[in-house]
Write a new protein. Structure first.
Length: 495
């Protein structure tokens, strides 16, 4: 009896689908940098896969752990099972995600590698306070978190340890000790922005003590050499030049080199607010309802032509969907007016200019909801400070300085004394970029200097247009200061 070729093909396709559901890890079209990591030979030299976000780090580490647990690897010889392996994640909460990846790569409930009765929850991961993933061949993957500290691994030995996202140095050192007696190795996958600063790990990579596999995000890197096809998002969009260009446009320049390319640090170059579009963001439209008003102040050195600045901003609350929960409220900011004068201007004249501008808008000082200013600046021409400006505002509004409301508060927490890793400049600029890119910023045409600054400022502290932007962002202190944890801000350097 002759078998129809189409029927034979259909049968083969069904069999392939069935096998791929049982063992998806065996059917992954790995990308070039993932293959390079997977090919790294067992040995004493740790290997690091340093990538941007969403470039497949977790899948790569999950594949490596599974291949080693099986005792059969597609790219190299590994120790035959049973073996003891460990997975160290940034936190136990974060570990649930990589546990989910392991579960999916093994085929979920269709898997044939795990012992009978293995349970997985999308909320808590594999069963157990400290999960142990058991394979039918006797291999084990023990799950730890970086937050548990080095002591959690004390007394144990492993044939290989995988660390997902930046580890603490003492945890890394402890992992090295846990594989020393077995001759095992260590693999690390991370994006440098996802945890604490890593100067110690960078030093190890540069000295050759850790093999550093680093791949910036390019369209070429997203083509699998196994199939010749371009990787796609879950929605079906290819990771091609167009898609990557859109990603770069939406990510702020402080974070982009790290978040997208896995760089150790960022380098801000050219126009910082590349997402600013005058045709979209500059408008005469202002909120019609009563909204909070905030004034930001910047005092610069006397030699700066545009150095003394004030910006009035209105903040409108809105919801993306009608009936949204109050916790989901969003803010849209409107730069309403600016005062920009030379750095040699006295505090009395600066106060007059500010009050005249408010008067033109029919706004009284007491109607402001918040005023935030820069640190004091002193020169042979003038002394500029929140206290000095408040003295002249109080005099011109005919109230005592102690009775002036709102008071002029410092825009920089801790008097502006912050480390290089946690500068308030980095926080407020990253937040502001996101607001502009998210189309939640409007600028009135009367803010001429600010519009020009948004189009030209290069993130440099000496740029002649920076002061008006500082004043604007200072006025929004209560919004950006809560937007991000201080410890998550990367260092910014200039090439």
């Amino acid at each position: 009896m002759t078998v129809n070729p189409l029927a034979r093909l259909a049968g083969a396709s069904r069999a392939l689908v069935k096998r791929s559901k049982r063992n998806p890890v065996d059917h992954v079209s790995w990308l070039p940098y993932q293959i390079e990591f997977l090919k790294h030979e067992q040995g004493t030299t740790p290997v690091l896969l340093r990538l941007g976000n969403r470039m497949g780090k977790t899948w790569t580490l999950g594949g490596e752990l599974i291949f080693r647990a099986r005792g059969v690897h597609p790219y190299k010889d590994v120790k035959a099972g049973p073996v003891r392996l460990a997975l160290v994640c940034f936190s136990m909460v974060q570990s649930v995600e990589i546990q989910r990846v392991l579960w999916e790569l093994l085929g979920g409930s269709n898997n044939t590698d795990l012992v009978e009765g293995t349970e997985f929850s999308s909320r808590t991961g594999f069963r157990g306070h400290r999960p142990v993933i058991e394979f039918t061949n006797g291999s084990e993957i023990h799950v730890y978190s970086n937050a548990q500290g080095a002591g959690a691994l004390a007394g144990s030995e492993y044939d290989w340890i995988g660390l997902d996202e930046p580890p603490a140095q003492d945890v890394y050192d402890e992992c090295r000790a846990r594989v020393r007696n077995t001759g095992g190795g260590i693999g690390i996958t991370l994006t440098p922005i996802n945890g604490p600063p890593l100067p110690w790990l960078r030093d190890l990579c540069e000295s050759g003590a850790v093999r550093d596999i680093h791949q910036p995000l390019t369209a070429e890197s997203q083509i699998s050499p196994m199939t010749g096809l371009t990787r796609r998002t879950k929605a079906g969009t290819p990771w091609d030049d167009k898609f990557i260009a859109e990603l770069r446009k939406s990510e702020n320049p402080i974070d982009a080199p790290i978040r997208l390319d896995g760089e150790w640090e960022s380098r801000a170059e050219g126009q910082f607010f590349r997402c600013f579009d005058p045709e979209k963001h500059v408008t005469e439209h202002l909120p019609e309802d009563v909204v909070p008003l905030f004034l930001g102040l910047d005092y610069a050195a006397a030699d700066r032509e545009l150095g003394m600045c004030a910006v009035l901003t209105a903040v409108e609350t809105y919801f993306e969907k009608e009936g949204d929960d109050p916790s989901r409220k969003r803010y849209r900011t409107y730069a309403v007016a600016e005062v920009v004068v030379p750095g040699t201007t006295t505090m009395e004249m600066f106060a007059r200019q500010i009050l005249h501008t408010l008067q033109d808008l029919n706004v009284k000082w007491g109607e402001l909801d918040g005023v935030f200013g820069d640190n004091p600046v002193k020169s042979r021409f003038t002394q500029a400070s929140n206290r000095e400006l408040a003295r002249w505002i109080a005099r011109h509004t005919r109230v005592s300085q102690n009775s002036l409301r709102p008071r002029i508060l410092s825009a920089k927490e801790g008097g502006g004394r912050s480390g290089l890793q946690r500068r308030s400049k980095d926080i407020r600029c990253a937040w502001t970029y996101g607001e502009i890119a998210g189309d939640r910023v409007r600028v009135h045409p009367r803010c001429v200097t600010m519009i020009k600054a948004l189009a030209e400022w290069d993130y440099g502290d000496r740029h002649p247009m920076k002061d008006v932007l500082d004043a604007w962002m200072y006025g929004l202190r209560d919004h950006w200061s809560e937007a991000r944890r201080w410890g998550s801000i990367p260092a910014v350097t200039f090439s």
